[in-house]
Design a protein around this ligand. Structure first.
Ligand SMILES: [Zn+2]
Length: 144
């Protein structure tokens, strides 16, 4: 239920484990052994040792988690792969040329690649949406 929130926590640079196929016991075990906060919409699971996310909608949820876990100064937007949680490594324009579609390559100025899954990222149109969400949740745009 919180897949979108998980993806956004990654976009904001937080190490986020997400597995919608894991059961309650597995999630509790992973949270304990890896010292992770367990975020859930499930009251029963929250009662066993998780944090119950109350907010509805992505922006409210991100805001809520930022307040609850004091994350505002900790965000490092666009440093982590939203798909697999791997860290992103910046690559040069020259290295990016063979990896990025030609039109996107022309428009983009920054490129990075996921150290884990190899997915390539650049500052394209999807970035505009992400930056507006950052502003809406009260984070200044971080542009490194
Ligand atoms: Zn990845």
């Amino acid at each position: 239920m919180l897949g979108k929130l998980a993806k956004w926590l990654r976009i904001l640079g937080f190490d986020t484990f997400f597995d919608c196929s894991a059961n309650d016991e597995e999630l509790l075990k992973i949270a304990r052994s890896e010292e992770r906060a367990l975020l859930t919409k499930d009251r029963e699971l929250a009662a066993k040792g998780g944090y119950l996310v109350m907010g509805k909608g992505l922006e409210n949820q991100v805001r809520e988690i930022f307040q609850r876990f004091h994350l505002t100064g900790e965000a490092k937007p666009f440093t982590r792969c939203p798909v697999c949680n791997g860290e992103l490594k910046k690559i040069s324009r020259k290295d990016a040329e063979k990896l990025v579609p030609p039109l996107a390559f022309k428009m983009a100025t920054k490129f990075s690649v996921c150290r884990e899954c190899g997915k390539v990222y650049w500052d394209g149109t999807h970035m505009v949406r992400m930056k507006s969400l950052l502003r809406n949740i009260g984070l200044k745009e971080v542009n490194k």
